[in-house]
Design a protein around this ligand. Structure first.
Ligand SMILES: [Zn+2]
Ligand SMILES: [Zn+2]
Length: 252
């Protein structure tokens, strides 16, 4: 499978990257994971918006979901390649219970008759098949209900942490994975608030405990250094550590 980073800036978009968004492809199937600030713009470089096969939102913090409001405009009013072909072209939108309400409120709280069911089919995160992938989920250690996901294609696997503090569930989900795409939001000089985010060192420790092949650190906010986060992670993990960059492509 192929992973393309649409955006990887943590918590807010940065000067050089949208907030969280990832495109995962295999056998022509296009799965978008998260759509934070600016990620929908970057997505258009790689796929026609109406041709996305499924969208998965890890949690409802704005830096992971707010560009769904732009996606709604494109699917409803856009031209060829943007407008949703109803009803057969509806896009599966997988997210926690309440995703639809949140999207309607963010789009326009005064006009909440959006008929979003005409462009999306809503589902909650449930383990099972999605196109060529097998998905499994784990609840993370974050202030709002947040799911990490394991995307399996054949014998290859990608695990995305979403946002989390220290999490044995993440270690279990990532057991033996080929790639762990793991958040490393907290800089070495910042106060580590429990049950919120991780440092680079913690990302490395989780990768090490899970025995993954490769670690990609992501979700570093613009006020912190990805190089420092990766350096911390490398000190705690014996495998290769890379830094997520917008536009980076990984063959998994
Ligand atoms: Zn976030
Ligand atoms: Zn979050």
């Amino acid at each position: 499978m192929k992973l393309t980073v649409l955006g990887c800036s943590g918590s807010v978009p940065g000067p050089d990257s949208p907030a969280s968004g990832y495109l995962v492809e295999a056998e022509g199937f296009r799965l978008v994971i998260d759509m934070g600030h600016g990620a929908f713009g970057a997505l258009q470089r790689y796929v026609r918006p109406s041709d996305v096969d499924a969208v998965l939102i890890s949690h409802l913090h704005a830096d992971h979901c707010i560009d769904l409001t732009a996606y709604v405009v494109a699917l409803r009013y856009g031209g060829d390649g943007y407008r949703c072909r109803e009803p057969e072209g509806r896009i599966p939108l997988i997210g926690v219970h309440g995703t639809r309400d949140r999207l309607e409120a963010a789009y326009d709280p005064l006009a909440r008759k959006l008929s979003l069911h005409q462009i999306f089919t809503f589902a909650t995160p449930t383990a099972g098949e999605l196109g060529p992938f097998t998905l499994s989920f784990a609840e993370m250690n974050h202030p709002t209900l947040t799911h990490a996901v394991r995307v399996q294609h054949g014998d290859r696997s990608l695990v995305y942490s979403a946002d989390t503090g220290e999490s044995p569930e993440l270690v279990a989900l990532a057991d033996g994975a080929d790639v762990l795409l793991c958040e490393a939001s907290v800089g070495p000089d910042e106060v580590l608030v429990p049950n919120l985010h991780m440092t680079g060192e913690m990302a490395g420790e989780h990768a090490d405990k899970a025995g993954v092949e490769r670690l990609i650190v992501t979700h570093v906010p613009p006020w912190n250094s990805p190089e420092v986060a990766a350096g911390e992670a490398a000190a705690a993990f014996r495998g290769p550590v890379e830094i997520a960059r917008p536009g980076a492509e990984y063959s998994i």
